[in-house]
Design a protein around this ligand. Structure first.
Ligand code: FES
Length: 118
């Protein structure tokens, strides 16, 4: 059974294969809900807060996520290995660009029309 990842900011979800990190799973599916940077835990653009679910972190740069933040559920999607379905919120440097609740939905500086909500 596949683990599902839900991104609160853009209300999107996708499956994550066993043992894969969240960012890699998203990219393999061509999805774009989490900003992608170095893919190695060094830049912090993929910073998220896990709202629900079980997971483990691979080694995380303390420049991006402090020990206290990690204890509160903050992580880097490129180092986040889910162990159950996860719900998370993108909070890294580019999070606002991925937040449809603010009325605009942009990817990497290229504005796109927000999904219509009635
Ligand atoms: S993509 Fe750079 S820290 Fe995850």
């Amino acid at each position: 059974m596949s683990i599902r990842i839900h991104i609160e900011n853009c209300d999107d979800s996708f499956p994550c294969p066993d043992g894969s990190n969240v960012l890699r799973a998203m990219e393999c599916l061509g999805r774009r809900g989490i900003p992608v940077g170095c893919r190695g835990g060094g830049c912090g653009v993929c910073k998220v807060k896990v709202l629900d679910g079980r997971y483990r972190n691979e080694a995380i740069s303390r420049a991006c996520v402090s020990t206290e933040e990690e204890a509160e559920g903050y992580s880097l999607a490129c180092k986040l290995i889910p162990e159950s379905d996860l719900s998370l919120r993108v909070i890294g440097k580019m999070a606002r660009s991925f937040d449809i609740s603010r009325g605009a939905f942009h990817f990497y500086g290229a504005p796109a029309t927000a999904p219509h909500r009635s």
